[in-house]
Each structure stands twice: as structure tokens, then as C-alpha cells.
Design a protein around this ligand. Structure first.
Ligand SMILES: *Cc1c(COP(=O)(O)O)cnc(C)c1O
Ligand SMILES: [Zn+2]
Length: 482
């Protein structure tokens, strides 16, 4: 196979309903099963043909593509055959998503934590969160539909905790043409940066009272009654794109999964679905020889998946969420729960019960771990802090060994959640968060000299201000004269 040519393999993709098992064609945009309303996953019914190629050959091909120059294969579609092998090169949207760096934790931080680990900085995607992976795939599919059907106008819509809307607005405005983007946000529940992103990209931004779960219900209502393209992770094309995270993590480890743990936050559960699915596909093709352990992490303020997997309950119960610093995961009724349940069953059947866990962490630990990591040269968002807190819980509970290796997912860039850092530094969290700043982790600017003093000094000779300011800085820092 020529690593620099666009792949010739085409899959036979279908939507599969996780409730009734019925299949539907992909010529239509479907979000739920037309027969029973169940949640869907996309499946390549020709997948077994890929087994004719050995795991070794796949690894070589993916490694070679990493050095290639074909535009359509530069991003997540380096793993084309495993994701959405029905798209043509001309439909593939590439804005630089994927191939985010995996940075080994600074040695001082690994000492503090007491384990070997690295951070996958998924905030280094174009809209600064992992959502771009799924959006690149969903928009590529949308583009192919627009081309095939000759649609002249299509309204794309999503509910969001902030990052889905940022990604949808970015990709929508890039593709342009027939696409108009509308995003629904829970008022006051996204950060100023996340609100600014879709506004800047020219999307129609609608704010509604309530939390994400409320907005999601409104969007679902719109999607079933009007002609709109839903871009939430209910849209299975997003899941396919997000599988690229698993492929990249495996490639970074040189495809050796021994002793590897992955920690990922769970909100609407699309990301953890994609991880499970991605590793299962690589395993089926012999690209990897064992499955890594996957740890979902939830705040105790939004933990329905933790409850389901740890309370011995056999029925899933949505929870009412409370304010969380891991705000993009503040979801009480994850849309992808049925997908996770189905995939975890398959995952555990191969790799054992211990191959999948959901950890619960405290709000305090989310912030403390984010700030501790960032004081050691990292760029964790609050959800990265949540993952690190989950890793430390797993260590404390003896679920992972000190000699194992973990990759934690910082799902967004630290800057998107600067607001939470600021609340910590200024001790201004609403009591409902249950977060009390630790002095050792706080920081604030040191303000020297007033504007009035500057004006006075400027009236004196040219060096007066510099002399007084330098003296003030030297005094503050206790500098030694040379
Ligand atoms: C969306 C999001 C999550 C939650 O991911 P799900 O796929 O909904 O579980 C976590 N962190 C960030 C930064 C997000 O944007
Ligand atoms: Zn069905």
C-alpha cells in the first residue's frame, strides 16, 4: 500500500441500533434509530476484509503516513480505514486537528504523584479541545452529503457545555457554503472564552436557562421535528473521528499496550465511547496485541456513570448535577451511556473486568491537581486536573501499580478554563463548588507604584521612573547589588 496515496479501500457503513439491533443506511442523517429511537453506532460491515492485511502491515502503513504529505491524510484521517472509509479525499476537512503532543509529566510532578505518566494535550487542537477530532469527521460526512444531494442550505445545530459549540462554529465557518451554524448554550455555564469562540466564528449563539441536559433535550426536539443537522455526539460520525485519540496514543507507544492505563473524563460519554471502540478495532486487526486499561473519571458533582459501574445497580439512573469546575463534563444524563455499556461488555470479555473502571473525584482535587500540574510546566484544563485526580485515586486504591504507565487526557487547553483558576486564586468560588484554595497553589500579580506616581515621575527627568521602578522591583525580590 502506498502511504502517500489516498486509500482505495471503501467500507460498507451502516448505522446499527444498540437497542433493537436494526440497521439503517448512511444516505440519511440519523441520530436515533428510526424504528425504536435507540442510540446508534456506525459500523463498517466490510471490516473483516481489513483482516487480510497483517497487524504488522497496518502499523507500517500508519507510521509511513505520519511522514506523508497528502492533505487529506494529514490529520485524523491518517487512520482512514479504521474510521470513516466511505469519505472521498475532496470531502475531507482538515484544520490541523489531531496528532496532539503527548508530554511526559515533569520528573518532579511524577515524584509528587508517585507514578509514571504523560499528558496528551488535546487542548492543542484548532479550537483548543478534543471536540475538533469528532467535528472534522462529522463535517467531512456533511460535506459529502451536501455534494451528493446538492443541498443549498443546511442548518447545523448543537447543544454544548462550551467546546462542542466552539468546534462546530469553527468547522462550520470554514466549510461555509450551504452550512449555517447555530449553537445552544446553557446561560452562564460556559466560560467567557468558550462563549467568545462561536461568536467570533459568526455562529448564531442562543443562550437558554438551565444546564446542558436541558439544552440537549431542546436540541433533540428540534432534530426530530425540523430539518437540521445535529452535531452533538449523538451524531455517530463524531465518535468515529474521536477514535483517532486511541490510534494516536497506541502509535506513540509504538503499538505496545503492555502496562498502559488511559484516564479520560466522562461527560456525555462520547470520548470514552470512542476510546473503547478505537482500541477494540486495533485489537481485532492485530495492530495491538492487548487492550490497555481505560479509566473514566467523573466529579462527584456529576457522576451517573460512576454510580452505574460502582453501586451494583443494574439500571442506569441520571443524576441532577451540581456546579463543577470540570464544567464541560457537568452532565447528569450522558447520551452515549448505551454505547459505553455495550462496548464495555465487549472490552471486558476480552481483557477482563479490570480493564475498565470509572473513578470518582472531589471538586477540590480537580482544581488542586490542575494547578499542581501547571506549576510543573503543563497546560492542563480542569478536566486534565480531573484525570490526574482520578489517576491518584486509582493509585491510592491499589488499582494501578507504581510501575505502570498512564496517559491522562487534558481534553482542552488551560486557557479556556482560566476563569476557574482565577476563582481559585481569588477565593471566589460559589460555596456550591466546595472548593477552598490552598495558599501554596495560589498566585497573584504584585502591583508596584501607582499610575499617579508614574505621572509625577514622568514630569521629572527621563530616568526618574526607571530608577524608582527598578528599585521597587529589586526591593520586592530582595536582589543583591553587584
Ligand atoms: C466535551 C468535553 C468533555 C466531556 O467529554 P464527553 O465526550 O462528553 O464525555 C470533557 N472535557 C472537555 C474539555 C470537553 O469539552
Ligand atoms: Zn432501534
Amino acid at each position: 500500500m502506498n502511504p502517500s496515496a489516498f486509500p482505495t479501500y471503501r467500507g460498507i457503513m451502516e448505522y446499527v441500533c444498540l437497542s433493537c439491533g436494526k440497521r439503517s443506511g448512511i444516505d440519511e442523517l440519523l441520530y436515533t434509530c428510526p424504528h425504536c429511537g435507540g442510540v446508534l453506532l456506525l459500523e463498517d460491515t466490510g471490516f473483516d476484509r481489513l483482516k487480510k492485511i497483517s497487524g504488522e502491515e497496518w502499523r507500517t502503513l500508519f507510521d509511513a503516513r505520519a511522514a506523508g504529505k497528502t492533505r487529506a491524510l494529514r490529520g485524523i484521517f491518517r487512520f482512514y480505514e479504521l474510521m470513516a472509509p466511505v469519505l472521498e479525499a475532496e470531502d475531507i476537512v482538515y484544520l490541523g486537528e489531531g496528532h496532539t503532543p503527548i508530554i511526559e509529566a515533569s520528573s518532579a510532578l511524577q515524584d509528587i504523584v508517585g507514578a509514571f505518566f504523560a499528558v496528551k494535550n488535546d487542548g492543542q487542537n484548532p479550537s483548543a479541545s478534543f471536540k475538533d477530532r469528532g467535528m472534522a469527521c462529522a463535517f467531512s460526512y456533511l460535506k459529502s452529503l451536501i455534494r451528493k444531494h446538492g443541498w443549498t442550505e443546511i442548518l447545523s445545530i448543537c447543544a454544548s457545555t462550551g467546546d462542542t459549540s466552539a468546534a462546530a462554529a469553527l468547522y462550520g465557518s470554514y466549510v461555509g457554503g450551504a452550512i449555517r451554524t447555530v449553537v445552544l448554550l446553557p446561560q452562564g455555564k460556559v466560560t467567557p472564552q468558550q462563549l467568545g469562540q462561536p461568536l467570533g466564528n459568526g455562529a448564531t449563539v442562543i443562550e437558554l436557562p438551565g444546564v446542558f441536559d436541558d439544552c440537549m433535550k431542546v436540541v433533540e426536539n428540534l432534530a426530530s421535528n425540523y430539518r437540521v443537522a445535529l452535531l452533538n455526539s449523538k451524531n455517530s460520525w463524531r465518535i468515529l473521528g474521536q477514535e483517532s485519540y486511541a490510534y494516536e496514543a497506541a502509535q506513540w507507544r509504538d503499538w505496545n499496550m503492555k502496562g498502559l492505563n488511559l484516564f479520560v473524563p466522562i461527560g456525555n460519554a462520547g470520548n470514552v465511547t470512542a476510546l473503547l471502540s478505537g482500541f477494540l478495532k486495533m485489537y481485532a486487526l492485530g495492530i495491538i496485541h492487548e487492550l490497555p486499561r481505560i479509566f473514566g473519571v467523573q466529579s462527584e458533582h456529576a457522576d451517573p456513570m460512576f454510580e452505574y459501574y460502582n453501586s451494583g445497580e443494574k439500571v442506569f439512573k441520571p443524576v441532577a448535577v451540581r456546579p463543577s469546575a470540570a464544567q464541560a463534563a457537568m452532565i447528569g444524563n450522558p447520551v452515549s451511556f448505551p454505547r459505553v455499556r455495550a462496548l464495555v461488555e465487549r472490552y471486558r470479555a476480552i481483557a477482563g473486568m479490570d480493564a475498565f473502571h470509572v473513578m470518582q473525584v472531589r471538586e477540590q482535587d480537580i482544581m488542586d491537581n490542575m494547578l499542581t500540574a501547571n506549576r510543573h510546566g503543563h497546560i492542563l484544563c480542569t478536566h486534565g486536573g480531573e484525570c490526574l485526580a482520578g489517576l491518584r485515586n486509582a493509585l491510592a486504591q491499589g488499582l494501578i501499580g507504581k510501575n505502570s504507565f498512564s496517559i491522562i487526557d487534558s481534553t482542552a487547553h488551560a486557557l479556556k478554563f482560566a476563569d476557574f483558576q482565577q476563582r481559585y486564586f481569588t477565593d471566589s468560588f460559589d460555596p456550591a463548588y466546595e472548593i477552598t484554595p490552598k495558599d501554596a497553589l495560589r498566585n497573584a500579580p504584585v502591583t508596584l507604584l501607582s499610575q499617579e506616581r508614574k505621572a509625577e515621575l514622568d514630569k521629572q527627568d527621563v530616568s526618574a521612573y526607571v530608577q524608582e521602578a527598578a528599585q521597587a522591583v529589586a526591593d520586592t525580590l530582595h536582589l543583591q547589588k553587584r
